[in-house]
Design a protein around this ligand. Sequence first.
Ligand code: NAD
Length: 484
Amino acid sequence: MGVEVLRNYINGEWAASTTESFLEVRNPALDEVIARVPLSTPEEVDRAVAAAQAAFETWRHLPIQTRARYLLRLRDLVEQHFDDLARTIVQEHGKTLEEARGEMQRTLENIEAAAGMFVSLMGYHTPQIADGIDEECLLEPVGVFCCIAPFNFPAMIPAWFFPYALVAGNTYIVKPSEICPITQNRLFELIHQAGFPPGVINLVNGGKDVVDALLTHPGIAGVSFVGSTPVARYVYTTATAHGKRAQCHGGAKNALVVMPDAELGRTVPAILSSAFGSAGQRCLAGSLVIAVGEIHRPLREALVEGASRIRVGYGLEEGVQMGPVVSRKALERIHRYIEIGLQEEADLILDGRGIRVPGYPKGYFIGPTIFDGVHPSMTIACEEIFGPVLGILQARDLEEALSIINSSSYGNAASIFTRDGGAAREFKRRVRAGNVGINIGVAAPIAPYPFSGQKNSFFGDLHGQGMDTLYFFTDRKVVITRWF
Ligand code: NAD
C-alpha cells in the first residue's frame, strides 16, 4: 500500500491539493514515512476563504443553540474516536499514549466549553438607564478566522480557537503544522460526519506560503497563531499591518523555583514530569530549576536519580514514560544546545545523548539531560531548547529567583514549590509570567480560563481559550433604545 497523501477540506469536500510540493511526515520512533502532506497553493487558500465567506452569511444567522449543537455532535464523535486519535498523535508526534490521551481530553474540554458559551454570547441588557431608555450590548460575529498551529499539540491547539469562533457565528480555516498534520486531518473526518454546513470550517495543509496567503488575504478577519517566538512576532506584525485581529502565542523558557522548605518527595516528581513530559516539547515545560539556598544539593541528587529512571521508548508501548523528539532536525538542534552548554562550562550531570532504545534503532531518541551550574546569562538559560534538557541555577533567596525569572525575555509560565504561603503569595504577585503554578509543575489552564502568556511568549491582548475568546471572536454593538 502506498503512503497516504493528505488532502484539504474545503467547502464541505475533501480535495487533493494541486501543488507539486509535498513534505514527508515521519513516525519519529521508527523514522518511517507515514504520510505526505501537500504544501498547498495561495489559490487553495483563496478557495477556502471564499467558501468560508459564503458560509458566514448563513451560519451567522443560525440560532446560537443550533451552532452549539453542531459542536456537541462533534464532541460526541471525538469521544467515540478518542483512542484512535490519541494513537495517531503518538505516531506522528512521538509523545506517549498517556500524554496523547491527556491532549485529547483537553481537546474535548475546549469543544464542551465553547458549546456551553452560548449563554454568554447573548450579550447584556440594562433597562431604564434614563427615563424610558434601555441600553443593550450585542455580541456579533465578525467573519472568517483562521488558526496557524504548531506541531506539539496537533489535536488540542486548533481547539483553543475554532470551537469558540464557530459558536460565536464566525467561519473558519485551520492550517495545521506541516510536521504533524495527520491528527487534524482525522479530526476533519469527524467534522465532516458532524454535518457542519459546507464552508463553515475548512482545512488547508501547508507551510509558509499558506500562512502568508492567510495573513494578507482581505477576506480574513483574524488570526490565531501558536508556535515559536520569531514566527509569532512575524505573524502578529503582518496580520495587524493587514488590518486583522491577531492573538499570537510564542515560545517559552519556564523556571521552577524550589524554596528551601519545599517537600522534595512531591516536588521532584512534579519537576521531572514538567521537564521531561512530551520529551520537553511543551510550551509549559519547566526547563530551568532555580534552587534557593541549601536545597540545591539534595534537589540536584534527587533530580538526577529520578530522571535516570525515566523509561524512554516508543510511546505506544506499555510502561514507556518518554518518547522520542519530533524530528531528526529537532534532535540535532537539542544536541547543538548541549554542546553550547558544555562550551559555556555548565556542569553536565546527566547526559541523555547516545541513548539506545532496543527495537527502535532509528528513532529520534534522547534521554533526560540535566545541567547544573547554569548561570542566568548562559545561552542554555536564555534560549528555548524545546527538548528534554533541564538546567539548574542557584539563588540566595526568593528575591534573587524572581529577578532571574523577571529578566527573561519570555513570560509563559513559572512555578514555585514551597510550604510557605507568604512566599507563594509574593511569587504569585510579582512574577512576570502568564501561567503560574504553586506546587504545580505544569500550570496548564483548563478550557474556561485564558491560556495566558506575557512578554515574548505572547503578542496581542486577548488570549486563546476562556472568556478572552468571547471578545476576540465578536464585535460589540451597543444599542440605546427609546420608544415614543
Ligand atoms: P513554528 O513557529 O516553527 O511553527 C508554527 C506554525 O508556523 C506552523 O504552522 C508553521 O507552518 C508556521 N511557520 C513556520 N515558520 C514560518 C515562517 N517563517 N513564516 C510563516 N509561517 C511559518 O513552531 P513549532 O516548532 O511547530 O512549535 C513549537 C513552538 O511552539 C515552541 O516555540 C513552543 O514554545 C511554541 N508553543 C507555544 C505555545 C503557547 O501557548 N505559548 C503552545 C505550544 C507551542
